[in-house]
Design a protein around this ligand. Structure first.
Ligand SMILES: Cc1cc2nc3c(=O)[nH]c(=O)nc-3n(C[C@H](O)[C@H](O)[C@H](O)COP(=O)(O)OP(=O)(O)OC[C@H]3O[C@@H](n4cnc5c(N)ncnc54)[C@H](O)[C@@H]3O)c2cc1C
Length: 391
């Protein structure tokens, strides 16, 4: 029987500690990430050395309680860390995102034995985690999940294909949604990193517009056996469990959107001060000032929505509406600010000389991932109506 922790993530980190951690990550990003991000992204190269340094900084266990070897910090700190990483290179936040969601699923719905078994490793970043919900015919429509987990004595036998598994190849632990007799259930699949593992075939990284350097793969399971003890929570309750965890994913997406928008804005502001046309810096032309003002205002609103959602989630309050609003607004902001930054840079913004084109290619993912923005609007509207019926 599962023994969920009452609130799996700390709800209050000392503000000085929070500031110090975020500052440390900001310095790390300035020193180690920004100088190499565009080159690695263009080459679609996995940033192994940076990931190793992220492990050393404890970033794979930011929200995992200290009793399990994590940093035990609150979601506001997590949001700050994600914003800083995304400021340097958005892909790094994806390496942490589904890892953190897998850990949160175990923290919130796993038994004491399951938490003790998997959390210390996840906190150290070895193994790395992935979360596998989507399938070729089940993206927005999660009710359509067809990957099957059939009970056979002390084991479940997994058969089916999962799509879009970020971190899937390098992960050693996958939180998997699969159909059992009782409905969709959540499982932990342990594997060796790599393209093949006992009944699991991992396809090659799908080519992507942006969000490169991190693998997103298809995973085909054929009669892959896992211990029955790897079922998380109750059989048939997997969807609400995973959807609850997706709120952390949406807050992550909102925070990374803020990071990308901030990077695009800072680049635009700096360029507006340097570039001269018609005898003065373009930042002194009113048309550019209007853009900068709108960009900065949206960025600040996105950041506040993201922090509000993080605080509510950490306090154990219902936050489906708030996480949805933060993800929706921040991702649309990233898209808009990246586009405006490119315009402000003129022809240079369209070249690979500057990172602005990368921000422009990275931003659309956030409109799609963790539930598209069309689906976010449905989540927000349904949540508002549910609260009205049941305040
Ligand atoms: C780079 C990348 C990484 C990803 N990583 C992961 C991962 O690690 N784990 C994972 O499980 N998934 C992952 N995903 C999958 C992602 O969550 C899905 O792509 C997303 O949920 C959309 O599903 P879909 O692609 O099947 O689109 P569809 O569901 O087919 O939607 C197509 C369009 O129809 C719209 N639509 C669908 N239903 C409705 C409706 N009811 N009302 C209005 N509009 C609707 C959608 O908004 C969209 O515009 C990843 C995706 C990408 C692109």
């Amino acid at each position: 029987m599962a023994e969920p922790a009452s609130s799996p993530i700390s709800d209050a980190t000392d503000p000085d500690v929070r500031r110090e951690i975020i500052e440390t990550v900001r310095r790390f990003v300035a020193r180690e990430v920004i100088p190499v991000a565009s080159e690695m992204e263009h080459a679609d190269r996995f940033p192994a050395e940076i990931v190793e340094q992220m492990r050393e900084l404890g970033l794979f266990g930011v929200t995992i309680p200290a009793t399990y070897g994590g940093l035990g910090l609150d979601l506001l700190t997590y949001v700050g860390v994600i914003e800083e990483l995304a400021y340097g290179w958005m892909s790094l936040t994806g390496i942490i995102n589904t890892h953190t969601m897998a850990a949160t699923l175990i923290m919130a719905h796993g038994t004491k034995e399951q938490r003790e078994r998997w959390l210390p490793g996840l906190a150290s970043g070895q193994p790395r985690g992935a979360l596998s919900l989507s399938e070729p015919d089940a993206g927005s429509d999660t009710r359509n999940i067809s990957c099957r987990a059939t009970r056979d004595g002390d084991e479940y036998v997994i058969t089916g294909t999962k799509a879009w598994v970020t971190n899937g190849e390098r992960a050693g632990l996958v939180a998997l949604a699969a159909r059992t007799d009782e409905g969709v259930s959540a499982f932990i699949v342990e594997k060796e990193p790599g393209p093949q593992f006992e009944g699991i075939a991992v396809s090659k990284n799908v080519g992507k517009l942006g969000y490169r350097g991190i693998e997103t793969v298809e995973m085909a399971y054929s009669d892959h056996r896992i211990p029955a003890a790897n079922l998380i929570g109750e059989s048939g309750r997997g969807l609400p469990q995973i959807l609850g965890v997706l709120e952390i994913g949406r807050i992550n997406i909102a925070a990374r959107a803020v990071g990308v928008a901030r990077a695009a804005f800072d680049a635009a502001l700096s360029y507006a001060e340097q570039r001269k046309t018609f005898g003065k810096p373009i930042g002194e032309h009113q048309a550019i000032q209007l853009k900068l003002a709108d960009m900065a205002t949206r960025l600040q609103a996105a950041r506040l929505l993201t922090r509000d959602a993080a605080e509510r989630k950490a306090a154990g309050l219902r936050c489906d509406v708030e996480a949805g609003m933060a993800k929706l607004f921040a991702s649309e902001t990233a898209l808009e600010v990246a586009t405006e930054s490119m315009r402000i840079h003129g022809g240079l913004g369209y070249t690979t000389e500057l990172p602005v084109e990368r921000f422009y290619r990275d931003a659309p993912l956030m409109v799609i991932g963790e539930g598209t923005n069309e689906i976010q609007r449905l989540v927000i509207a349904r949540g508002l109506m549910a609260r009205r019926r049941n305040p």
